[in-house]
Design a protein around this ligand. Structure first.
Ligand SMILES: Cc1cc2nc3c(=O)[nH]c(=O)nc-3n(C[C@H](O)[C@H](O)[C@H](O)COP(=O)(O)OP(=O)(O)OC[C@H]3O[C@@H](n4cnc5c(N)ncnc54)[C@H](O)[C@@H]3O)c2cc1C
Length: 429
């Protein structure tokens, strides 16, 4: 027990952020109540259907200098990796302006990358340790990750990003054509070079992994309140309960880890955080007929191509629209175009999945995204007993374990060992 007294901590949301937090808080000897209306890591959660990449080198935010020049193209190109649904543009405009402002200069990007690296540097080993504790070491692969490129000019176009990674000490290696063919013999001729992230890894089945972490938390004494959190109740200045759709949950501390739905709760805790959904899709090609030695990302498709027990998962696309807008499965079908280029032998299977649009092989998820590419982790403005743990955008699986550790440190009043103020929600006020 590192804290003065045993606390009851209510963790709102059982995606990767909430689950990692619950387990870290338990290590400090506290009681945990997980408030989650659905399944832990179920289809409703971003933590279910993501790209599974555990890349310590995912340090660059999405908004980088010059991106604004590409926005008109994004609006017009129906087959690119990024789209804004016209109808939703007015409600997203404020977020978009902040997003573009956050990536105006490379100096901003370098600062942001160093801050993000604090949350990603040991991701694969952290997840491997958690999976081991949960009795499912098979769910984490520590076999690197690889970006693949049509040619040298495409690598050169990203030189700046590679230099930033190098300056942080992130290990990567260029893979020449012959080695690429040897490592991934199924790959067609459209991609000739690779950049391998040596310390990367993969969660083979993120939904099953979240469930394993949830079961571990329950075995260690956590309780599950199957309800939706709606607000907070106070006794004087102290938090007394989280209010839910099924009654109050008495507690001493609360952690908001509700992914894209955290915004309203954060507002009730005193922080107006610009949080939107960067909607993404996945599509699965069952029985591809081969395993991959490592997760792949084609530089033009900006999508994860990974082996999962369900088949070859293609996860990507950024679609800006409101959370409750209906899925546009054509966005998921675009992912199939890239896989046909990567693996010509899979064309017939890709066609079959393409004809089965909207089936269980298709998934839409919501990346909980702030405009500056940093999550919100820290004490809420309205109460020292409420903590934020949301807003991880494209990298929540990667940053989950470090998020859990940081929240546990903040609850215990321990210094995290690095400057975590950049993650505070107060940066938006
Ligand atoms: C297509 C795609 C590809 C991605 N690829 C990667 C990748 O390769 N690597 C990576 O690191 N990240 C990736 N991400 C991002 C990653 O999936 C997310 O950042 C991460 O899952 C967010 O986790 P979370 O716990 O914050 O939210 P979620 O997983 O969404 O969990 C939030 C939970 O809160 C619950 N909840 C909501 N409201 C309430 C409430 N009021 N009360 C109680 N509970 C509530 C929900 O039911 C849900 O279970 C990807 C995302 C997408 C969409």
């Amino acid at each position: 027990m590192t804290s003065d007294r045993k606390l009851t901590v209510a963790v709102i949301g059982a995606g990767i952020a909430g689950l990692c937090t619950a387990l870290e808080v338990q290590r400090d000897g506290h009681d945990v109540v997980i408030i989650e209306p659905d399944e832990a890591g179920g289809r409703q959660a971003a933590s279910f259907g993501n790209g599974t990449w555990l890349n310590p080198g995912s340090v660059l935010p999405m908004s980088t200098p010059g991106l604004w020049k590409q926005v008109p193209g994004f609006l017009l190109d129906p087959n690119g990796p990024f789209i804004i649904r016209w109808r939703h543009l007015p409600s997203l405009a404020g977020w978009l302006i902040r997003f573009l402002q956050a990536g105006r200069t490379w100096q901003q990007i370098e600062v942001c990358a160093a801050q993000r690296y604090e949350l990603s540097r040991t991701t694969a080993q952290d997840h491997a340790a958690l999976a081991e504790e949960a009795g499912r070491p098979d769910l984490i692969r520590r076999n690197g990750l690889m970006f693949i490129y049509p040619g040298q000019a495409d690598i050169d176009a990203e030189q700046r990003a590679w230099r930033i990674r190098e300056s942080l000490g992130i290990r990567f290696r260029k893979i020449e054509t012959a080695e690429l063919r040897q490592q991934v013999p199924e790959l067609g001729g459209a991609y000739t070079l690779g950049m391998r992230m040596e310390d990367g890894g993969q969660i083979t089945d993120p939904g099953a992994y979240c469930d394993a972490l949830f079961q571990l938390a329950l075995r260690r004494g956590a309780t599950h309140k199957k309800a939706r959190a709606t607000g907070f109740s106070f006794n004087g200045k102290s938090l007394s309960a989280v209010l839910t759709s099924a009654g109050a949950v008495p507690c001493d501390r609360a952690v908001i880890a509700a992914g894209v739905h955290a915004r309203d709760l954060a507002l009730k805790a005193g922080d107006d955080v610009p949080l939107i959904s960067e909607r993404g899709y996945h599509v699965v090609i069952p029985d591809p007929g081969f395993d991959l030695p490592t997760g792949l990302m084609p530089s033009d498709g900006k999508m994860g191509v990974i082996w999962t027990p369900q088949g070859l998962r293609l996860a990507g696309q950024v679609e800006l629209a409101s959370v409750d807008a209906p899925p546009n499965w054509q966005r998921a079908k675009i992912l199939l175009n890239y896989v046909r280029r990567m693996f010509p032998a899979l064309a017939a299977k890709a066609d079959a999945v393409g004809n089965d649009i909207g089936s269980n092989n298709y998934w839409l998820g919501h990346r909980p995204s702030t405009p500056d590419g940093l999550p919100c982790i820290g004490q809420a403005s309205g109460s020292p007993d409420i903590f934020h743990a949301f807003g991880h955008g494209h990298v929540g699986m990667i940053q989950g374990p470090a998020t859990g550790r940081l929240v546990a440190n903040l609850i215990a009043g321990r210094a995290p060992g690095y400057d975590a103020t950049s993650f505070s929600a107060q940066r938006f006020t």
